[in-house]
Write a protein that binds this ligand. Structure first.
Ligand SMILES: NC(=O)c1ccc[n+]([C@@H]2O[C@H](COP(=O)([O-])OP(=O)(O)OC[C@H]3O[C@@H](n4cnc5c(N)ncnc54)[C@H](OP(=O)(O)O)[C@@H]3O)[C@@H](O)[C@H]2O)c1
Length: 336
């Protein structure tokens, strides 16, 4: 495993961050899926993964806590948690709710410290609107009302040794720019893969400000893998058959047409792509089986891709966003 530093914080994280959203059921039952997930997470830690992403929303902390809470390497691990305060419809930032979510995570994961808190400001907008253009002016107008008390509560938790660094999950480019300009956050945690490269537009400014970046979903939720890259071959019930992914497949077709040759493995390509900028400390991968783990780790070993490939993907991503807007159901990033 290779490690990178998150911003100038001194926090050394593995290039793969283990994403726990899909690796077990939400009902706490140790079924076949959970047994495979448990084996995979254990092996990931053995292979040197020291960065673990979780959220109360995923409902899978029961398994993560069970495996990592007593693990001999538990003191070497860094946890990143996602917290949504204010959540959809909440009128204001609630410091107690924020603190409770940190304390719950400390207890559930049996850890002394959360290294990175990924903060998502949903706010007074309604659920879907929060992720598309109509929600943006509302979130931006609420920005200071949310971040000022957020920073105060975070500083108290920091003094108590319970948290390390505050990062923003901006969700829109408007919010990302605000978060970067304000200097309120140590960095951003946001989608970054061959089809979602929007955040590149703020990388220079982030670098100048000494901020860090952590990418999420290198496979675009599973699309950018050898199993799913050719949609026609997928079973009828595969989640990538859903209409919301049409745009991503169209974008991928265009990107593929620009490559001098197809990669030997799209799975490998996607992981390497997701780490192909020096600002990126780690990529949060949803890994469910030992086989998926092994292929992700061997991809990391091959190193990043040439920056020209990333620039080409970004050009196509920008063009698609301008022509067709966003994949709102996927939480795509609106153009602002
Ligand atoms: N997506 C979001 O909205 C979101 C938001 C915040 C945070 N996160 C964090 O980011 C993590 C990753 O997100 P994600 O799961 O949506 O996206 P992802 O990492 O792009 O895709 C993960 C999916 O790809 C497939 N896969 C993983 N490794 C593979 C491999 N080596 N070879 C082939 N297929 C492989 C698996 O699907 P199958 O097993 O079905 O094939 C897996 O569920 C989450 O676990 C969570 O911690 C996600």
């Amino acid at each position: 495993m290779k490690y990178r530093q998150y911003a100038n914080t001194g926090l050394e994280v593995s290039e793969i961050c283990y994403g726990t959203m899909r690796y077990a059921s939400k009902d706490g039952v140790m079924d076949e899926q959970a047994r495979a997930g448990a084996r995979t997470l254990e092996e990931a830690v053995e292979l040197g993964v020291n960065f673990i992403h979780s959220s109360y929303e995923y409902g899978t902390r029961w398994l993560t806590g069970q495996i990592l809470g007593k693990h001999p390497k538990r003191h070497d691990l860094h946890h990143m948690i996602k917290i949504n305060v204010p959540d959809w419809g909440d009128p204001v930032f609630d410091a107690k709710k924020f603190r409770d979510q940190v304390e719950d995570a400390l207890r559930d994961l049996n850890t002394d410290r959360i290294a990175v808190v990924q903060h998502l400001h949903r706010g007074t907008v309604e659920q879907k609107l929060g992720y598309c253009e109509a929600g943006e002016p509302t979130r931006l107008s609420e920005y200071n009302h949310v971040t000022e008390p957020l920073k105060e509560e975070f500083a108290r938790l920091q003094q108590e040794g319970k948290v390390g660094f505050l990062a923003s999950f901006p969700y829109t480019m408007g919010y990302a720019r605000q978060a970067v300009t304000s200097g309120d956050f140590s960095g951003l945690v946001a989608y970054f893969n061959t089809l979602e490269t929007e955040m590149i537009d703020v990388f220079d400014e982030m670098e100048t400000a000494g901020m860090g970046f952590i990418g999420i979903r290198p496979f675009a939720a599973g699309l950018l893998t050898d199993k799913r890259v050719n949609r026609d071959l997928l079973p009828e019930d595969d989640r990538m058959r859903d209409l919301q992914f049409d745009r991503f497949y169209d974008q991928l077709t265009e990107f593929r047409s620009t490559l001098p040759q197809e990669p030997d493995s799209w799975t490998e390509f996607a992981v390497r792509f997701s780490l192909s900028h020096p600002l990126i400390a780690s990529t949060v991968v949803g890994i469910n089986t030992p086989e998926q783990l092994h292929s992700a780790v061997s991809a990391v070993d091959k190193g990043p891709l040439d920056s020209s490939v990333v620039q080409q993907a970004h050009k196509i991503c920008t063009d698609f966003r301008q022509r067709f807007g966003v994949v709102a159901n996927m939480g795509g990033v609106p153009v602002y």
